[in-house]
Ligand binder design. Structure first.
Ligand code: SER
Length: 896
């Protein structure tokens, strides 16, 4: 039976029994205690806890799940997968054990022809929690399972919680006996591989507290109502019903295994280690598809890191199987085809998904190339020094500088017989994180502990933001802090400091968020008090904190003030933020819908937008983007902001920043209706023409698969254009050509200059050498040495000087000892050269010693061989002194 069919039968069974069919929630967990959804019940947690009323008394779903805690087991066992689907039925205070147990049994044992799974009753074994007589009784008495096939197990096996404080309860599992070839006799209590768990029924009735492990926590009390949460692993069931050995061989995964085997040329089933790697690839590629499909993108943190790890592990497994080129382009489409039956969105969104996956593979292959060399060197050095452990420092450098993840370092070091000082590595990581955190907190909240703001929020309630409608608001001071500690008031020039954090009941000031920079402005009182706003942040959700400097007067808690945003500033901010949306829409129009924003920043006059794209955007395309943006401005599109439920916003295709958490009610900003539709809390212009102008100034890379465009907006764009025009006019004037011929003219001029320089240099060399005979003729006798000491024309370069000296020497011949010393000033610097002939050297005259003696006169140093030596210094004017001094120095040489 195909996996899709198992899924369908499950939902139908429960739908026919009054359960609302709830679509799978995104893998991105709605629960802040989890990164990714790891159980079918996660989206329903608030209903179990009674935090929210359940919309239905009973529900059923097939939930996408991801678990990476046991990632190292993937591929090695029959049943570990990172991505899996959980079929579940849920009761929110409606039915309990007496109904849940027979409902599950019915579906599992109902004949195939009647829509069930048709499992043989005699092979089904039940486990219940030690003390749960009630459940054991229902299994035996109501359902008819023989006593000997019901086993009782403790907390570790039959008590379920999310691993963290939250709902929990005893559970009961249905297990299937796969037969003696899979293990020992004796039921699930004895062998979990042979008696595989297929369905877990949790009787969710208690609340657990802090603790660890599967049994080491306190039960804090009862949930408001008794609930049911069941989970049947879809892949497990498929393994059984398709009669295959393990979950990598089911219809949704097997084609990936086969494709991986094809591209690596390794046959599945031939070698254990190869099989493990092929399974890792199949599992991880499918998981990555689903995770990117839900909007996660690779990064070094949180969910992004989970994804990065999955992708990198599969790329590495491919390499270990001998593949020398990117493998994902062959594999990801297969994963798509396997999953699109149940999740059509992975086909619809495949271009975006594959863009991220392929870019990550490319980037990682690069990392592998450079990092592996560094790692190998580190391993070699460690071994050469007799060590068996790679230092934490090395591992940290590999991570920090080369992007080499620690798990990879561990794995690769182990392959070469070394361990890694993981403790040392983690210590360095912690230090780095703490530094970053300290920087961040210091920056955002001026050193204040966030809990101070949380207390303030509890006490005075959220700040009302009035800035969408007005720029001036009468506000009352509700809280004042200096360096994170509450104060009652402060005055200008206060010796304790006049920079404070100020919280008011209402404010028109926009706190930095959604990429928009904080508003600037002042708070004033009629008595002349004036506070300048330096920064505005939402220190905790709901609380706007202004960092202010008391410029005049005095401020105290309870004081009324007029809060006024600088209108010029705000207009610029609105233009810049709307321009960001326009550029985003224009990019997607030109490059395609997969060019999605990953981050942005805008402040009056300028904006930048980061977006997912695998390669540099060509200049012509950028020009097109600018053109599309200009047309959108000219069309004077209306800009609107509407509040609506998140689900509705998603339905109409409003773009959200993936991975961001949004409230149930969201604000949707539209420019030209559907042309640009984004979830956004920012301040915007009313019509696109108010943006004025958008001028793209750069396009760069900011990491694997992410590009950044920067642009000037409004007046800044116009000023830049005007400045460029003036520069161009000046150039055209100076070159005496029309503006559009400036580039050609400059290129031609540069070529001409190069040509002239070459001719000049040749000329000079000629001229210099032409003087050689004259110099040789002017040799004077010093103690029987023929000495030429002369200054060459200014501007003679060191090379020419040396050629000249050698030329003079050859003209002097070998008949008598000869020395040539030449110098030249060039751009204020001095060059010196000395050469000796063989006869001179026989007398012990050394060119190097000579230069050493003369160089200080030109403010420098030098030296060299006995036959040819060069020197120089920063004192061009000293050349004459050096030349004059040369014969004197030589006179001190021993006579022949
Ligand atoms: N929450 C239980 C589990 O994950 C049953 O759905 O096993």
């Amino acid at each position: 039976m195909r996996t899709d069919e198992i899924r369908r039968r499950f939902l139908t069974h429960f739908e026919e029994r009054d359960h609302a069919v709830v679509p799978s929630a995104s893998l991105i967990s709605p629960d802040p205690t989890l990164l990714l959804v790891n159980a079918g019940m996660v989206p329903f947690k608030p209903y179990f806890l009674g935090e929210q009323p359940a919309p239905w008394p009973r529900a059923t779903s097939v939930q996408k799940c991801l678990r990476t805690l046991d990632i190292d087991e993937v591929g090695k066992t029959r049943r570990h997968a990172s991505f899996f689907q959980m079929n579940g039925n849920f009761s929110f205070g409606d039915y309990f054990k007496e109904t849940a147990i027979p409902l599950a049994w019915e579906l599992v044992t109902k004949p195939l022809a009647d829509g069930g799974y048709g499992l043989d009753e005699s092979r089904l074994w039940i486990t219940v929690y030690t003390e749960d007589d009630e459940a054991a009784d229902i299994w035996h008495r109501v359902v008819g399972v023989p006593q000997q096939q019901i086993q009782r197990l403790g907390m570790a096996d039959n008590f379920w919680s999310m691993g963290v404080p939250g709902p929990c309860g005893p559970c009961s599992e249905i297990n299937y006996d796969r037969g003696p070839e899979y293990g020992r006799e004796g039921g699930p209590a004895v062998d979990g591989e042979r008696y595989v768990e297929i369905w877990n029924l949790v009787f969710m009735q208690s609340i657990r507290g802090e603790g660890s492990g599967k049994g080491n926590f306190e039960i804090l009390g009862d949930l408001p109502r008794r609930n049911i949460d069941t989970g049947m692993g879809l892949e497990r069931m498929a393994t059984l019903l398709q009669g295959v050995d393990n979950l990598y061989e089911i219809d949704q995964v097997r084609p990936l295994l086969e494709r991986a085997s094809e591209i690596t040329g390794r046959r599945y089933g031939a070698d254990h280690q190869d099989d493990v790697r092929l399974r890792i690839i199949a599992d991880h590629v499918r998981s990555a598809l689903m995770v990117i499909g839900d909007g996660v993108t690779p990064s070094n943190e949180g969910r992004g890191y989970v994804l990065r790890r999955l992708l990198r592990r599969s790329v590495r497994a491919l390499r270990l199987l001998g593949l020398g080129e990117p493998g994902l382009p062959a594999l990801l489409p297969v994963a798509r085809d396997c999953m699109a039956g149940s999740y059509p969105e992975v086909a619809g969104d495949f271009e975006r998904i594959s863009t991220y996956a392929y870019a990550e593979e490319q980037a990682f292959l690069e990392t592998l190339r450079s990092g592996t060399t560094i790692l190998d060197t580190a391993v070699r050095e460690t071994k050469a020094a007799g060590g068996t452990q790679l230092s934490g420092d090395r591992a940290f450098t590999l991570h920090d500088t080369y992007g080499f993840p620690i798990d990879l370092t561990l794995e690769m070091a182990a392959e070469q017989g070394l361990t890694v000082d993981e403790g040392g590595f983690r210590e360095l990581m912690t230090q780095q994180r703490q530094r970053a955190k300290a920087d961040n907190v210091a920056k955002k909240t001026a050193g204040a502990d966030v809990s101070v703001f949380r207390d303030l929020l509890d006490r005075i309630g959220p700040t009302v933001f009035t800035g969408y409608d007005e720029l001036q608001t009468e506000a009352e001071v509700r809280g004042l802090l200096r360096g994170g500690s509450p104060v009652g008031g402060a005055a200008a020039g206060d010796p304790a400091g006049d920079v404070l954090q100020l919280v008011t009941d209402r404010t028109p000031f926009y706190a930095e968020s959604g990429g928009q920079s904080p508003d600037e402005g002042v708070l004033t009182a009629p008595d002349g008090t004036r506070l300048e706003v330096l920064d505005v942040q939402r220190a905790v959700k709901g609380l706007v904190v202004h960092t202010v400097r008391v410029a005049a007067g005095e401020v105290r808690v309870g004081q009324p003030l007029l809060a006024a945003v600088d209108p010029e500033w705000r207009l610029g901010a609105r233009q810049a933020h709307s321009a960001t949306h326009v550029v985003h829409a224009a990019l997607r129009e030109v490059l395609g819908p997969s060019a999605l924003q990953t981050g942005s920043y805008n402040t009056p006059g300028r904006m930048r937008l980061d977006f997912g794209w695998p390669s540099a955007v060509a200049a012509e395309q950028l020009q097109l983007v600018e053109d599309v943006a200009a047309r959108a401005l000219r069309a004077d599109l209306g800009v609107t902001a509407t509040y609506m439920p998140l689900a509705e916003a998603r339905e109409i295709g409003a773009l959200a920043l993936f991975g961001e958490k949004y409230d149930e009610t969201v604000r949707v900003v539209e420019i030209g209706g559907a042309w640009s539709r984004e979830l956004c809390g920012g301040t915007h212009v009313a019509h696109s023409s108010q943006i004025g102008q958008v001028l793209i100034t750069s396009e760069t890379s900011v990491g694997a698969g992410v590009r950044r465009v920067e642009a000037l907006v409004g007046l800044e764009a116009m000023r830049r254009a005007a400045r460029d025009r003036i520069v161009l006019a000046g150039l055209a004037d100076a070159l005496n050509v029309p503006a559009d011929q400036v580039p050609d003219r400059v290129v031609a001029l540069a070529a001409r200059v190069r040509e002239l320089e070459r001719a000049l240099a040749a000329e000079r060399a000629q001229a210099v050498l032409a003087g050689a005979q004259g110099l040789a003729d002017g040799a004077v006798d010093v103690n029987g040495l023929a000495v030429v000491a002369a200054a060459a024309p200014d501007g003679t370069g060191a090379d020419d000087l040396r050629s000249l000296a050698l030329d003079v020497r050859s003209r002097l011949g070998e008949a008598r000892p000869a020395v040539v010393v030449l110098g030249a000033a060039n751009d204020g610097r001095a060059a010196l050269v000395a050469v000796t002939n063989g006869a001179a050297r026989e007398r012990g005259v050394k060119a190097g010693a000579l230069i050493k003696g003369l160089a200080p006169l030109v403010g420098g140093g030098g030296g060299g061989r006995d036959d040819v030596a060069q020197g120089g210094g920063g004192k061009g004017a000293g050349v004459a002194d050096a030349i004059t001094a040369a014969p004197g120095l030589l006179a001190e040489q021993p006579a022949g």
